[in-house]
Design a protein around this ligand. Structure first.
Ligand code: HEC
Ligand code: HEC
Length: 492
């Protein structure tokens, strides 16, 4: 269905017709009607955001466009190009060449609309309609739609119905997240590994928990974790609420004995108790770890960040937001590099993850000595026995630990790539130190192992393509993280 839709909408009309003659409006109207007709089927909702639809509608209603199209034939600076680039976005780019020309227009959208109505003396059409569109557009930008929106490029955050966000709960969650008392020796809080000034990672290859113990995995960022469909690199937890309790009782992380130990610590603090009872409307004795998980999850749902230069370029229609190299890199990412197959970019947002699990050929060396014999044993119907394996080897099983399917060995969740310039070292085992090396890893098609996914293969990228890809990855840093933010004290 979606393919058919895309085909119908993207059929490339003749360029001249589309831009310069009233016929173009007819064809665009037809597309718009098609979209409206399809809206009730729900297809449209996944196809275009309300904002994009409004843009399309504005274009079609805009009286200036009709006048202007006959007055300014073929002028590449014609505002029509800008409007077209908007539409190109709505219909996902029928013509790259046109978008490129639109890119030469530095005019911000708002100014453009104001100008195209006022300054072109010749326009005597329905000024009211003109004004309406200007008002709508300005309203749109102030309503946090297009400009300076810290969530630009992100989908709507889904908050579980049984854990609505409240200011007090978020404060409570932040206190818990930063509280070292919630560990066996008082030395570790969530923030010890998910550090505010390192985009909520720790800069280490492998996480370090209580008593200086080293874990088996690299600390992922918590920024935008709220958007993942599953939590942890192998997806062993569904939601943030459940995830939050895991580290506390993990012997090499917070190292607490059990859930009761968590409750005992929280109960001892009168400040926590009064917050807990207020936030959840409970008596002190009714406090459970569920409440603690909910508060931490609510705090984590505030750690979301879009609005990277790439978002401004791709979703905000600001062609000057990224360098030409990064723009080329975004094409390598989506085409020759095959990256977007897993690190998805959707039509109106980009999480850079498809929430699936793959073996991209990292860490196989650990498994190599033991896996052959083990697989042979399991195919003979014996119980899997890892008793002789090291922790590091067990960790390499990845998604298998959850599904128990041999095909899932060494699979890990596709991570988001937002703020990736700040989250080195990379991969589940922290084995790749820089983004340049990540690119080399993919270029050679991953480590040689029989488990590597077919979507990872030698890419033969040129030096320039690699440099462009790097520039693209660096353009994914949310504007608020371009400067390392300083850690906020827990009591703030
Ligand atoms: C010792 C370091 C350490 C501590 C302390 C720690 N984490 Fe983590 N965190 C990790 C590591 C390592 C992973 C990945 C583990 C895995 O997937 O097996 C992780 C994964 C996560 C994830 C999943 C992210 C994703 O990409 O799926 C979230 C959310 C998270 N931690 C939140 C927390 C919270 C909340 C706390 C405190 C209760 C906490 N962490 C304490 C190291 C730590
Ligand atoms: C088959 C799916 C797939 C493809 C194709 C793919 N990736 Fe990945 N990517 C993953 C998975 C899964 C991981 C995590 C692997 C791990 O931890 O072992 C990952 C990890 C990464 C990381 C490290 C992120 C971090 O925080 O540790 C970067 C950077 C990255 N990929 C960039 C790219 C680029 C660039 C391309 C294209 C050249 C690409 N990926 C292609 C699935 C894929």
């Amino acid at each position: 269905m979606r393919r058919l839709l895309t085909f119908l909408m993207l059929r490339k009309p003749k360029r001249k017709t589309l831009i310069n003659t009233p016929g173009s409006l007819v064809s665009l109207s037809r597309q718009f009607i098609l979209m409206s007709v399809l809206a009730p089927t729900g297809e449209l909702l996944s196809f275009a955001s309300p904002r994009q639809l409004l843009h399309a509608l504005l274009y079609l209603l805009h009286p200036c466009s009709r006048k202007e199209s006959s007055q300014r034939k073929g002028d590449p600076n014609s505002a029509n190009f800008l409007r077209f680039s908007l539409l190109a976005r709505v219909f996902e780019g029928p013509s790259l060449a046109l978008r490129k020309r639109a890119a030469s227009l530095p005019l911000p959208l708002r100014a453009y609309f104001a100008k195209s109505c006022d300054a072109r003396g010749g326009i005597t059409g329905d000024k009211r309609l003109c004004l309406t569109s200007v008002t709508l557009l300005i309203g749109l930008s102030f309503s946090g739609g297009t400009f300076a929106d810290s969530t630009l490029g992100l989908p709507t955050l889904v908050v579980p119905a049984d854990n609505p966000q409240t200011t007090e709960k978020i404060t409570l969650g932040r206190l818990l997240f930063n509280d070292k008392r919630l560990s066996a020796d008082g030395s570790i809080s969530c923030a010890s590994c998910h550090q505010t000034d390192k985009a909520f990672t720790d800069g280490l290859a492998l996480a370090k928990g209580v008593a200086g113990q080293t874990g088996t995995r690299n600390t992922p960022s918590v920024i935008n974790a709220a958007f993942y469909q599953t939590q942890f690199l192998d997806g062993r937890e569904q939601g943030l609420e459940a995830q939050a309790l895991g580290p506390m009782v993990n012997p090499v992380e917070h190292g607490l004995k059990d859930h009761q130990a968590i409750i005992d610590i929280v109960r001892k603090d009168p400040n926590y108790l009064s917050l807990m009872t207020r936030v959840f409307n409970i008596q002190p004795q009714e406090l459970t770890t569920d409440h603690i998980g909910k508060a931490i999850a609510s705090f984590e749902r505030t750690l979301i960040a879009g609005d990277s230069p790439f978002d401004r370029y791709y979703f905000g229609m600001d062609q000057s937001a990224i360098s030409e190299s990064a723009a080329r890199g975004s094409r390598v990412f989506r085409r020759k590099g095959n990256c977007a197959v897993c690190h998805e970019i959707s039509i109106n947002n980009a999480l850079f993850t498809d929430n699936r699990f793959y073996n991209i050929g990292v860490g196989y060396k650990q498994l190599e000595p033991v896996i052959g014999e083990w697989l042979a044993a399991t195919t003979h119907g014996e119980q899997p026995d890892y008793s002789a394996w090291s922790d590091a080897q067990r960790s390499e099983l990845g998604r298998y630990a959850v599904t128990k399917m041999p095909a899932d060995i060494g699979q890990f969740k596709t991570p988001t790539l937002r703020n990736v310039a700040f989250t080195a070292p990379y991969m589940h085992d922290g084995s790749i130190k820089t983004l340049e090396e990540v690119i080399e890893h993919y270029d050679k098609g991953g480590e040689n192992s029989r488990f590597v996914d077919a979507k990872v293969f030698p890419l033969h990228l040129t030096k320039q393509e690699k440099a462009d890809l790097l520039a693209f990855l660096q353009s994914l840093t949310s504007v608020r993280y371009t400067q390392p933010i300083t850690a906020r004290p827990a009591h703030e």
